[in-house]
Ligand binder design. Structure first.
Ligand code: KG4
Ligand code: ZN
Length: 339
């Protein structure tokens, strides 16, 4: 059973081919990062145009890499949302065309469910139930996954996503987009206890997050130091900011695991690549006897392999899309959703 999956929700044009859901035969990613760097962030209109140029070559490269012909594919999967509408439309149109051409089913995938499923690829023995912490440039969510295709949204950010805060702080300190990896790298040389930044909502009895106050606190600190002519140590700011984000994420994730009685924690999304977050989550899990999983660098950031993996389980559940499928930039979970 071979699925060709397409992902175009943000600034990566990606096509992947998976066999029986968990074996990746090809995972091609054409990144637009260099194109958006000079603007300090993703420009949606530029992203859409680049997706149009890249999508068919990326699909062709995926087929070549897997040494398959299009006619050997059993289903076409595509990210329906959430994401930037222009990019999503390119993916959905391409997927519909391919599915129609080879007369094989079309599967519409939720991007966030894809991130959660990235751990199924990296860890072939992983089975639900588990808690997933999904931290990306657009989202910060704690999700309970009691079964394949069931998702209970326990909490999410009330304002900025964790990745957005990383990108913004890096930008204010004049580091290039995307800022997350820059902060991570800088923080290695800094003192995480140098500056006491706020840990919003950490004591609140819920699983929600807020990072805009932290973002403002860091920006105010930078401005104050500059105005006083003192300057600041980039590495200390990066390390202290990163620890403030990490403390809240780790604390709430552990509480969610206890409340839901889960002993497996899976991190996913671009910010899961952060070394401080991974180390602290791993340590907190070890302390409590939980298993901590992370999908590896390539599967953390946006990729079509995770979309293909999610689609396989939808295929098994006969969850197919019809020809009137449309992109949905605000798509919510397709499984059980409660709060
Ligand atoms: O999942 P992703 O590739 O795209 C979205 O769906 O948003 O996540 C991108 C985000 C960016 O904000 C980027 O700065 C952040 O992930 N990121 C990191 C690291 N690597 C990527 N943030 C912190 N530390 C990292 N090492
Ligand atoms: Zn993503």
């Amino acid at each position: 059973m071979k699925i060709l999956a397409i992902e175009t929700s943000c600034d990566e044009t990606s096509a992947a081919i998976l066999e029986n859901g968990r074996t990746v035969l090809a995972d091609i990613v054409a990144s637009q990062v260099p194109l958006h760097r000079k603007y300090g962030g993703v420009v949606p209109e530029i992203a859409s145009r680049q997706h149009i140029e890249d999508i068919m070559p990326v699909v062709a490269t995926a087929l070549e890499t897997a040494r398959l012909k299009l006619s050997e594919i059993d289903a076409i999967a595509v990210t329906q949302g959430p994401g930037l509408v222009g990019g999503l439309l390119v993916g959905v149109a391409a997927a519909k065309g391919l599915s129609y051409a080879i007369d094989k089913p079309l599967i519409a995938v939720n991007h966030m469910e894809g991130h959660i499923y990235s751990n199924f690829i990296a860890h072939p023995d992983l089975e639900p139930p588990f808690i997933s912490l999904v931290v990306s440039g657009g989202h910060t969510m704690l999700v309970d996954v009691p079964a394949y295709s069931e998702f209970e949204l326990l909490g999410e950010t009330k304002d900025d996503a964790a990745g957005e805060a990383f990108d913004k702080i890096a930008r204010v300190m004049d580091y290039p987009y995307p800022g997350g990896p820059e902060i991570d790298r800088l923080a290695q040389k800094g003192d995480p206890t140098a500056i006491e930044f706020p840990r919003a909502m950490i004591d609140e009895d819920n699983f929600d997050f807020s990072f805009s106050g932290l973002k403002s606190a860091v920006i105010n600190y930078l401005h104050n130091q500059e105005q006083r002519g003192i300057g600041y140590n980039d590495a200390d700011v990066a390390a202290s900011f990163q620890l403030a984000v990490t403390d809240v994420l780790v604390e709430k994730t552990m509480r969610a695991a206890v409340e839901k009685n889960r002993n497996i924690i899976c991190a996913a999304g671009g910010v899961a690549a952060n070394s401080c977050l991974r180390n602290r989550l791993a340590a907190a899990c070890e302390e409590r006897g939980f298993r901590f999983l992370f999908p590896g660098m390539k599967l953390c950031t946006d990729n079509a392999a995770m979309i293909g993996c999610r689609a396989y389980y939808q295929y098994l559940a006969n969850d197919f899309a019809s020809w009137d499928l449309n992109a949905d930039p605000r798509l919510t979970f397709t499984g059980t959703v409660s709060k």
